[in-house]
Design a protein around this ligand. Sequence first.
Ligand code: NAD
Length: 496
Amino acid sequence: MNIAVDWRAEARRVNFRKEAFIDGNFVSAASGKTFACTSPVDGAVLAQVAECDAEDVDRAVKAARKAFEAGAWAGQSPKSRKRVMLKFAELIHENANELALLETLDMGKPISAARNGDLRAVTECVRWYAEAIDKIYDEIAPAPRTALALIEREPVGVVGAVVPWNFPLLMAAWKFSPALAAGNSMVLKPAEQSPLSALRIGELAADAGIPPGVFNVVPGFGETAGQALGRHMDVDALAFTGSTEVGKFFLKYSAESNMKTVSLECGGKSPNIVFADTPDLDAAAKGAADGIFYNSGQVCDAASRLLVEDKIHDRFLSRVAEFAQAYQPADPLDEKTTMGAMVDQTQTRRVLQFISLGQQEGAKLVTGGKQVRQETGGCYIEPTIFDRVENRMTIAREEIFGPVLSTISFKTAEEAVAIANDSKYGLEANLWTNDLTRAHRIARALRAGTVTINNRDGGGIEVPFGGYKQSGFGRDKSLHAIEKYTQLKTTYISFG
Ligand code: NAD
């Protein structure tokens, strides 16, 4: 941040959008119901937000369908959609402080992470797909000289997106950017814990020139609004990010409705494997701490299982514990804060239960483990490290989605791979070693959508992201994401 911002003062001034955004207008839920949007920073109620249910979802889908059929957006040339989306990216950039503040107030992440991490990534994502869309060519298939076989990508029509609260806008942007760029209409359902930034972004999309009905936002609960979107007969594709448990519901919803395509970005229990020959053990130790404590561990590809070669185990773990000190829960509105709040009381209780289960099952608590800053009324948990974890223990198997690291020792590369793959998840794996041959061999053996070697950076918007096994299927980011929002049409023209 270049200019010092008084975030507390900004927080007092911010104007929350509270109604659903449907067909280019803010509207109340048809039932008139609202729900309290509470800040985990201090427990304050920020706003009463429209509680959409099936009727509102239907209204939004109808608006999306109408806009799609009218060709208001889908009928524009790729170059024209690009211009509008670049304007949209510009508006996000201009309003980045406000949007970052909404993220921090709504789900508790540090303002510096929201502003410098999430909002930069959101802006880049929208811009990247805007720039991409007029550079994608279709295909002509081999055919006799008397024929022409065209293979064209067409937008699927109406896309539903249901997203979580850990990176509220970014997870939404990974879906709406490629979907809109490809010409679809959208209905976005943000998580009930974090609806505020999505409502504002719907408005910015309209300000940028995205026609009414093309981008709708329906705040509400999963079992009602989320389910209604998943079961809607006129939604063509449903893109979901969230837990594996809820991801499975969407497969059922699809099967029991119109067979809409479903893509699922679900949970993880990512292994971070550190060999004794790692060239820079300090970088690896810092990577291990960042990998589990950033965003209070509320990250789908958090490096939650640390697998350390036994030779360096004690030395390495004490370095990780030192780097963990950089993450002390503090006021999320202070720019110096590196660790903010958990999203809500429910998630806080859930994480604390896992911590006590870890102790009961015999793991050794090395540091942390407690709820702190209770006097603020907010939800904060210390960075927590467990040692002597066995992969059969609950804290090694279940996605905790909190700042809790489970450390496991291994002796051989084969053992490390076996432990790493012994999980229902397969989102990401990290690997640290100086031995290039071993690194390649292990990367091939790991069942994960992303493998990073000697870093914790899985790459930017240019590379696909998504899971193996029960971490889901379909990919966000990169040109591959567009596959989820388009379908192939073959047109076979005969001259003979
Ligand atoms: P969640 O599954 O509880 O909720 C996600 C979304 O689904 C929310 O919008 C929610 O309202 C909705 N939902 C909940 N129950 C529903 C139902 N019965 N029918 C329809 N919709 C329903 O997940 P969460 O707690 O919000 O987020 C945490 C999860 O998200 C973690 O498992 C995390 O790993 C995952 N996640 C995955 C990725 C990825 O890219 N793979 C990224 C971020 C988060």
